[in-house]
Design a protein around this ligand. Sequence first.
Ligand code: EPU
Length: 419
Amino acid sequence: MDKFIIKGGVPLKGTVAVRPAKNALLPCMAASLLTTEQVRFTSSARHMDIISMLSVLEHLGADVEGKPGGRLSVRAANGHGDLEAPYDLVRRMRASVLVLGPMLARYQRARVSLPGGCAIGARPIDLHLRALATLGADIRVEHGYVETTAKKLKGAEVVFDKTTVGGTENILMAAVLAEGETVVRNAAREPEIVDLAGMLTGMGAHIEGAGTDTIRVEGVRELHGVTHTCIPDRIVAGTLLIAGAITGGDVTCTDVEPEHLEALLLKLRSMGAKVDAGESKVRVAAPRKLVSTDIVTQPFPGFPTDLQAQFMALLSQAKGTGTVKETIFENRFMHVPELVRMGADIRIEGNLAVISGPRPLSGAPVMASDLRASACLVLAGLCAGGVTEIRRIYHLDRGYESLEKSLRALGGRVRRVKE
Ligand code: EPU
């Protein structure tokens, strides 16, 4: 297992280019199951989750060429005999459940292991299953697997009780090959949904309204191959910009979509940072003193839950009392005890964290507990006095590609070593 050793106290300065988003690539890769033709991705990212999704696609009979981090091509000419995403693959990455919609649409059946809970919450898939049932799928949950069949999916009105990114993606991928019109209400509006809809449209699907809460899909008989470029990773960009701000530095991210980062940029401005957003780039220069603020995590375009932990590290360095309210996941404060061990003043009351600052952080051995919590600890380590050792960074590698290299390019003193 690898760990990070960080010597804090250096203001990060410079420019980094951002790569395609994990959370856009994953559904788009699943969507390549919808056609017999080749689907090409002009670039990808070398995240563990991307590698896991490639294993799932290969297991389902797809031919994969290229390397994670570079161009990829996927061709699902024939369905594999058992059409099953087994427990061993799904437990490594819960987004494997995104193959359910496309498999059902293309092969009329699918067997996918239930993902189970994860560190940040229970994360059920009941909304995915209910939505697929509305389109006519027969669904059974047995022996830890979802088994689903449908002779022919039929378009219908799908109303999500709660906004769900993965649920919206699954239903879109099922509806594109269903008979007739599907209307998805209370759809997620995340940029990753718009990206997926763009790719599906490029494959011949008829979709309107992606990016709003009502999406209409007119099913087509078949889809063809496409070459697609996924959107840049707004969470990686946000993490690097916060890294600049927390160290008193000045960081520019290129190859980004500034409008995907608006909620974060608004908060950074209100804390006193100087923010310049241009075409495909964003620069954040830290003020001499950060001033505290409050955030509430919300579905897009609200403040993203995937930047909550990183932002909390920043709030620990701001003057005054700030609050963080987590409304998406029930257990996403696992970074708090570790931040407190490093010297932060944070009190938790239910889903609210109250952060008083600034408090100087001091380097300590800490343990990463999930993907974004790991990123939070890296940021804390970068501004802490002395040395921070972060164990279990395999969590980090699920969604950041060699984060230590990007940070070193900005002047950060971060090393990856074997435990
Ligand atoms: N939910 C249900 N039932 C469902 C589906 C969701 O109750 O059937 C609940 C979840 O438990 C959660 C809320 O609804 O409380 C929102 O979940 P959502 O379905 O929107 O999340 P997701 O699709 O599982 C994606 C990202 C997450 C990101 C969330 C929210 C991918 C692969 N994952 O998850 O990313 O936090 O949307 O924006 O796109 C990460 O990258 O670190 C990460 C966790």
